[in-house]
Write a new protein. Structure first.
Ligand code: UGA
Length: 435
């Protein structure tokens, strides 16, 4: 099938490459000429494991191409995905900014020729798909098209596997014909028994927010338990393991830490709260998750300050990991970005390392020192803070680190190390919820 992907950001590029891998002929389109030129030159604008090889393979096989010209890639496409960004609105009120979605709908409308399914892939508030249909209809009253909602559930760092082996595929549509086209799009996955949930437009749109919100609630819940563990002398790792072994609860997303970050949970929880508010209903569990998450980050600042004897003035902190999670170069809403500035403002000297995030971080924090590995970050440090659980930080040579530090204080915000192991290695160890 001929497919056009509008938007070659994270979701658009991964989805486009994966659909090509499933055998479709995909054109990834973007207005950003620089980005398309880089892709045409074989450069991948984001760090996502395996994406470079997947793109190269499908370009070579002739199934994947890139373009800035909408007029040439809409008429022959049976399915047109809209995968443009939906950032939080600049007003800071939690609303998703839909400018790019409606602009894409308006731009594609005049080029529709044969029956086409237009698919909302971006995370959008309830009612957006119907509004996209109205925009297209207004621009091109003769167009033969239908709009479908098909939310994505890709995790950064694991996106290709998440696409190829999804837990489910959600298709929101009122039309049997559009549903049929979507089944053809995902046919190879249908054949390996991936569950399909075919539902109405509004439900599909809400499923995405509900999924991300539930995971946010789960993380905030375990972080709250971690805080209780710290006060009563209990251990959150054992607690999460035992609680998660209950099949009704499940063990995933029960890792206590510095609070969730990234481009999705913080934005989508706020957007869901706005949707609820607009319709006069409450979503108190999500509201609490958002508050707990902010408080958790503040608590981490205090944890670091306390470990350093109450003041960070003139103290050197080795910051390991800056991205919001491993295997990405994405710094959006990363816990380190909230936790480090108040320490820096109080006089801390920050020596930072991250395998992928330093280029971007140095633009945000030009006054931090960036070093080429974890060990250099520890030179003359008063404390190490592990923010992101990159694999290369999981088996550090503890004696080497200790020898480089002024005082052997290890603050492990991801609970990578065991308190016992750290004590034996001669460190003062502080984890999250390891009372
Ligand atoms: C999330 C969802 O997991 C995807 O299903 C969804 O498609 C995506 O948002 C999106 O809406 O596009 P992502 O933001 O890439 O994916 O990353 P996650 O792996 O979900 O992690 C989010 C944050 O939660 C990270 O800061 C991570 O460190 C934190 N986290 C996760 C915890 O603190 N504890 C956990 O147990 C799990």
């Amino acid at each position: 099938m001929n497919i056009t992907m509008i938007g070659t950001g994270y979701v658009g590029l991964v989805t486009g490459a994966c659909l090509a891998e499933l055998g479709h002929r995909v054109t990834c389109m973007d207005k950003d000429e620089g980005k398309i030129n880089r892709l045409l030159a074989g450069e991948i604008p984001i760090y996502e494991p395996g994406l470079d090889a997947l793109v190269a393979k499908n370009v070579n096989d002739g199934r994947l191409s890139f373009s800035t010209d909408l007029a040439s890639c809409i008429p022959d496409a049976r399915a047109v995905f809209i995968a443009v960004g939906t950032p939080s609105s600049r007003r800071g009120d939690g609303y998703a900014d839909l400018t790019y979605i409606y602009a894409a709908a308006k731009d594609l409308a005049p080029h529709l020729q044969n029956y086409t399914v237009v698919i909302d892939k971006s995370t959008v508030p309830v009612g957006t798909a119907r509004q996209v249909a109205r925009v297209i209809r207004q621009e091109n009253p003769q167009a033969d098209f239908e709009v479908v909602s098909n939310p994505e559930f890709l995790r950064e760092g694991a996106a290709i596997n998440d696409f190829m082996r999804p837990d489910r595929i959600v298709i929101g549509t009122d039309s049997e014909q559009a549903g049929q086209v979507m089944k053809e799009v995902y046919n190879p996955l249908y054949r390996i028994s991936v569950p399909f949930v075919i539902t109405g437009l509004e439900t599909a749109e809400l499923i995405k927010y509900a999924s991300n919100a539930f995971l946010s609630v789960k993380i905030s819940f375990i972080n709250e338990m971690a805080n209780i563990c710290e006060e009563v002398g209990a251990d959150v790792i054992d607690l999460a393991k035992a609680v998660g072994l209950d099949g009704r609860i499940g063990k995933k997303f029960l890792h206590a830490g510095p609070g969730y970050g990234g481009s999705c949970f913080p934005k989508d929880t706020l957007a869901l709260l706005r949707i609820a508010q607009e319709h006069g209903v409450a979503s108190r569990s999500v509201e609490a998750a958002v508050e707990i998450n902010a408080a958790q980050k503040a608590r981490m600042v205090k944890k670091i300050r306390d470990a350093l004897g109450g003041s960070v003035d003139g103290k050197t902190i080795a910051a390991l990991g800056l991205t919001f999670k491993p295997e990405t170069d994405d710094l959006r809403d990363a816990p380190a970005l909230t936790i480090l500035p108040p320490l820096f403002e109080k006089g801390a000297i920050i020596q930072a390392h991250d395998p992928q995030g330093m280029k971007e971080a140095s633009k945000i924090f030009p006054d931090f020192t960036y070093v080429k590995n974890a060990y250099e970050a520890c030179n003359n440090a008063d404390a190490v803070v592990l923010f992101t659980e990159w694999n290369q930080y999981r088996a550090l040579d503890l004696q080497d680190i200790k020898a480089r530090m002024k005082t052997p204080i290890f603050i492990d915000l991801r609970n990578v190390y065991s308190p016992e192991q750290m004590r034996q290695a001669g460190f003062t160890y502080v984890g999250v919820g390891r009372g």
